[in-house]
Design a binder for this molecule. Structure first.
Ligand code: PMP
Length: 399
C-alpha cells in the first residue's frame, strides 16, 4: 500500500543550530540562540532557581495532577508580578488566569479563546517584524493575521508615526498584539510617552490589546518598569489579555512555565471566562506540568528568594547591557564609520544589527559567526572573551 505520508512535503529547517554544530572552528560564535548565557558562554541556572528547586524537592510533595488551570500559588503570584500589587483588576478579583506551557502555550490559549469568543472580526494585527512564531501560533489558532508598521530600517528604530497611523486605520474593535517590553526581534521599544499615545490610539479605535510579555525584568532589570505598558493600558480603562513567560527572566526555558490571563469587567465575568478557558485547555493537554510552576511559585512567594531573584534578573540584564556597550566600543575602536548607537539604545536579549542577509551569510561562512538572516544577534551569546573577534568580523563584513 502507498504510505499515508507519501505526499507530505519536506519542510524548511526551523533553527540555525545545525550549521553551528557542524562548524569545526573552535572559535565559532552562536548568536542565534534565544537563551541567556553567562560570560563563559555557558547556560546559566539562576542560584535562586537552584535554591527554590531544592525547597520543592525537600518538601516531598506528591506528583498528582494540578487542576486544569495549574498551580494556584503560582498563577496568583504571576498575576501580581505582571499587573502589580496596586492593580484595580487584581484587587477586584476580576483577572481570569491559567498556567500555560510557557509563553508559546499562553499565546496559543489566547489565540484559541479569541477565535472562539471574540465578538468582532477574528483578525489579529502583529508588528512588522515580530517574533516569527506569532504568525504561526495565531494562524494555527484559526485567527487571520495582519501586520502593522513597527520598525523603521532607515533609522534602525521605531516607526512610531507609522505604527500609530496603522492603529488608527484598523477597523474598529480590532485585536492588536503588543510586545510588552524587549521587542523580539528588533530590541526596539516605544518610550513611555509613546506608549501613552499608543494606548490612546488603541482606546480610540475600541481595539482589543493582547500583550505578549516574554521578558519582564529582562529588558531594564526592573520588573515594574518593564510592566509599564501593560499597567498603563489598564489604568486607561482598557482590559487586555496577557501572555507571560518565565523562560527568560527565571531561566526556566525547558520547564515551560507561563501563564495566560484575561482582565475582565467584573468578578462574575471572570468566572464565565475562567470556565471557558478550562473547556479549551482540557482537550489540549488536560493540565499543565507542575515542577517548574512550583519552582516559580517559591521564587515569587518566598520574600528572601524573591529578593535574590530580582537581583539575579538585574545581573543578567546588566551583563547584556554591558556586552552591547563593549560591542559598540570595539567596532568604533576598529574605525568603523557606521553609526552603531542602535546597539546600545535597543533593549533585551537581541540586537537588530541592520546587517543584510548576504552579510549574515558571510559572517557564518567566513567568520563562523551564526545568527538569523534578518541580522538579529543574541546579545546573550556575546562574552568578554568573544566580543573582540565578533566586532572584527562585523567590521570586515560592513566595511
Ligand atoms: N514571545 C516572544 C516575543 C518570545 O521572544 C518568546 C521566546 N522566544 C516567546 C513569546 C515564548 O517563549 P516560551 O514559549 O519559551 O516561553
Amino acid at each position: 500500500a502507498v504510505s499515508a505520508w507519501a505526499k507530505v512535503p519536506q519542510g524548511p529547517p526551523v533553527s540555525i543550530t545545525e550549521a553551528y554544530k557542524a562548524d569545526s572552528n573552535p572559535e565559532k560564535i552562536n548568536l542565534g540562540v534565544g537563551a541567556y548565557r553567562d560570560d563563559k558562554g555557558k547556560p546559566f541556572v539562576l542560584p535562586s532557581v537552584r535554591a527554590a528547586e531544592k525547597k520543592v524537592v525537600e518538601s516531598t510533595l506528591d506528583k498528582e495532577y494540578a487542576g486544569i488551570t495549574g498551580v494556584p500559588t503560582f498563577t496568583k503570584a504571576a498575576a501580581l508580578l505582571a499587573y502589580g500589587p496596586d492593580s484595580a483588576p487584581i484587587k477586584e478579583d476580576r483577572v481570569a488566569i491559567t498556567q500555560s506551557i510557557s509563553g508559546t502555550g499562553a499565546l496559543r490559549i489566547g489565540g484559541a479563546f479569541l477565535e472562539r469568543f471574540y465578538p468582532g472580526a477574528k483578525t489579529i494585527y502583529i508588528p512588522t517584524p515580530s517574533w516569527a512564531n506569532h504568525n504561526a501560533v495565531f494562524k494555527d489558532s484559526g485567527l487571520k493575521v495582519e501586520k502593522y508598521r513597527y520598525y523603521n530600517k532607515d533609522t534602525i528604530g521605531l516607526d512610531f508615526d507609522g505604527m500609530v497611523a496603522d492603529i488608527k486605520a484598523m477597523p474598529k474593535g480590532s485585536i492588536i498584539l503588543l510586545h510588552a517590553c524587549a521587542h523580539n526581534p528588533t530590541g526596539v521599544d516605544p518610550t513611555e510617552e509613546q506608549w501613552v499615545a499608543i494606548a490612546e490610539a488603541v482606546k480610540e479605535g475600541d481595539h482589543y490589546p493582547f500583550f505578549d510579555m516574554a521578558y519582564q525584568g529582562f529588558a531594564s532589570g526592573d520588573t515594574n518598569k518593564d510592566a509599564f505598558a501593560l499597567r498603563h493600558f489598564i489604568k486607561e480603562g482598557l482590559r487586555p489579555c496577557l501572555s507571560q513567560s518565565f523562560a527568560k527572566n527565571m531561566g526556566l526555558y525547558g520547564e515551560r512555565v507561563g501563564a495566560f490571563s484575561v482582565v475582565c469587567e467584573s468578578g462574575e465575568e471572570k468566572k464565565r471566562v475562567d470556565s471557558q478557558i478550562k473547556i479549551l485547555v482540557r482537550p489540549l493537554y488536560s493540565n499543565p506540568p507542575i515542577h517548574g510552576a512550583r519552582i516559580a511559585s517559591e521564587i515569587l512567594n518566598d520574600p528572601a528568594l524573591n529578593k535574590q531573584w530580582l537581583g539575579e534578573v538585574k545581573d543578567m540584564a546588566d551583563r547584556i547591557i554591558t556586552m552591547r556597550a563593549l560591542l559598540k566600543e570595539n567596532l568604533e575602536k576598529l574605525g568603523s564609520k557606521h553609526d552603531w548607537s542602535h546597539i546600545t539604545s535597543q533593549i533585551g536579549m537581541f540586537a537588530y544589527t541592520g546587517l543584510k542577509a548576504e552579510q549574515m551569510d558571510v559572517l557564518a561562512k567566513e567568520h563562523s559567526v551564526y545568527a538569523t538572516k534578518d541580522g538579529r544577534i543574541s546579545v546573550a551569546g556575546i562574552t568578554t572573551g568573544n566580543v573582540k573577534r565578533l566586532a572584527e568580523a562585523i567590521y570586515k563584513v560592513t566595511g
